[in-house]
Design a protein around this ligand. Sequence first.
Ligand code: BES
Ligand code: MN
Ligand code: ZN
Length: 450
Amino acid sequence: VTAAAAAARFEGEAGSIVELLSPAGLACRRLLLVGTGPADKLDALAAERIGGAIAARLQTSGETHVNVDVAGALAGDLAAHLAHGAVLRSWRFDPYRTRLKDKQKPTLASLAIIGGDGAAAHARLAAIADGVARTRALVSEPANILFPESFVERARDLAALGIELTILDEAEMARLGMGALLGVAQGSVRKPRILAMRWNGTGRDDVKPVVFVGKGVTFDTGGISLKPPAGMEDMKWDMGGAGAVTGAMHALAARKAKAHVVGVVGLVENMPDGNAQRPGDVVTTMNGQTVEVINTDAEGRLVLCDAIWWAQETFDPEIVVDLATLTGAIIISLGHEHAGMFANDDGLAEQLRSAGAAVGEKLWRMPIGEAYDKLIDSDIADIKNVGPREGGSITAAQFIARFLKPGVKWAHLDIAGTVWASKAGAVHDKGATGYGVRLLDRLVADNFEA
Ligand code: BES
Ligand code: MN
Ligand code: ZN
């Protein structure tokens, strides 16, 4: 093994691997020597990277089982984090591949940790991984399969975890006056929905909830302000915020978090048809403010404003965090490394930043303020749905900010750059990343659990 390591110029970096096939004198078919990196940098994230690297290497190798000997290398919960990384990295979306060759099919089915503890941590992390898997599946589904009504149907099994579901249909939303959300939906034959998922693990009914709100545009053509064809297929994941909120609720309930949390998702499809809203239309939102729809492709904020207002009226939260694939501009600003964070409260912003850093779902805070807010004043209505091209992510956040009740602490996470990956990462394959689930779970664990 030492000679093989030298021959491979192995330096032990975290997740680096030397693979020996049919090692002489051993009964196994394969022996992997896996680097852990320097001991002082070996934290939960590094352990997850290592597990991810092992899973990626072996997933379609023909092996069905791997024993990972961590004795003397990974202390405490780190072994559980290695397993967590392996589970996260192994997730694939294959339901529509009917002609996979045997060699392309995953074989690795189990991983055993030898010489480590962390079984308790594992149960908790397994719940989180299930939430991530739920999100990734929702994000990966094409829009002919996943639309507002089918999204809701797929969430019904959350009730078995103890989550209370509330569903609003079009008639109910019309009665409530959600003209902005309904304006987006009116160009599609798919009927809109709002879905609320409530988990109260506090054992008390006097604890104000933390509310998460997700943008759930199951497909975004742009509407009459039609998007160009190139890359439009990506807009099946314009429900990534709703997916993250749903997966986070799954994780929290599955691990029985001692917190009161509500997830609300606004589900619509943005299509151009004879009944679609037009640029220049004025709609009235649930809280009475009027909006001039300058660009029908700036639809996410129109969905969020009514969903957030309804969530505040219904659940009286102290804290609202919304997640949305809201702007292409945030990808120009931050690329795919950080999601953009906008917040009206420094404490909440720091809680989110720190939770994101801990789980490897990073956030970078962006500015908001009065000078930006002025840019979305309309000549004919109270607000217009787009500002100038410059600062497009910021004016989008300002739009949402106009729908907060006084005293509510709020953060808006623009996750357009982090929901989908064109390349595999440490703990995800290419495709849906599941971004947001671990972040929200950690935010709750660190700050809102009894
Ligand atoms: N869903 C898009 C934002 C988006 C773009 C997400 C690319 C992921 C990748 C959003 O609804 C949108 O179209 N935003 C417009 C806003 C503009 C019209 C002010 C945009 O970013 O171009
Ligand atoms: Mn759009
Ligand atoms: Zn959109």
